[in-house]
Unconditional design. Sequence first.
Lengths: 141, 172
Amino acid sequence: MSQVSGNLRHVLPPASSTTLKVVTFFAGGQRCAMEARQVRALRPLTDEDSGTYPAIGSLLGLPEQNKSCSQLQVLTISLSGSDVELSVAAPVELRELAFDLIHPLPDLVAARTRLRGLCALVMETDGLTLIFDLRNLFTDV
Amino acid sequence: MKQQEITLDQVLSQRREAIREIVNVDEPMAKLVIFELQGDWFAFQGEKIREILSQVDVFFVPGCPTSLEGVINVRGDIESVISLHELLQLPESVEISSSSYLLGSGVGMSSGIRVDKVVDVVDVLLSKIHKPPTTLPEHLRAIVFGILQFKEKTVTALDLDRIFADYSHGLG
């Protein structure tokens, strides 16, 4: 049986090998992401569903973009035991982000952003991804 | 060749002058980063500017005021980029491809600041930095800590701590 050391550094993997699972989506023309552990389900939006779910972009404070029903999906988010369903534009993907790619918001962005729940940025060669903390989002709404 | 003769008085006078000059060097100095915005010259204290960058890619961040132009990657760290034009009530620069970026720190915050051009980094005597005149426009009073002359131009020295603090509270 392996012995667990009292020193956390022996238990946690090195930061460079740590990844965060996120669900990525586009809102307001911007690539966004949220922690995958906050997402419970994803399903296509049907004609019967249309208009009954709030768009995630408008909740985040991003400009709305008209998408046809076939391009929309319903994302079920689990927060504090209750589920919230939001419409989100496809493609919605599960990704693993390397620890080193995730940056806290620069001070002035944190102070001045009007986006609700924005908590981190990922800068990759093909552009920026905004990471939202949905707990903050539903506290603010 | 005949050597030029000099009197003892002249020798002592020149020696005293040389000593006086050495003493003058000890006068408190300030390092200033002087930059240009719309033809006007401004300066930040040198110790507030970590680095001067050019040719950087600025990534737009939605949901921010227009003066917060986006973020840049500085060797793996992300920094915001602000423009001071609005804060200083100057017209926005048309040509930004030739801009430079000052990486500034103050009041526990850091950010890039886009300027039209970096003029110089100089050491100036503190005594050459004068208190701002009482006629200074209202919007500059809180953020200007001094005025000086450099290369026959007036340089307005700005308080970066105050700018960051005010900016984070919604100014500009």
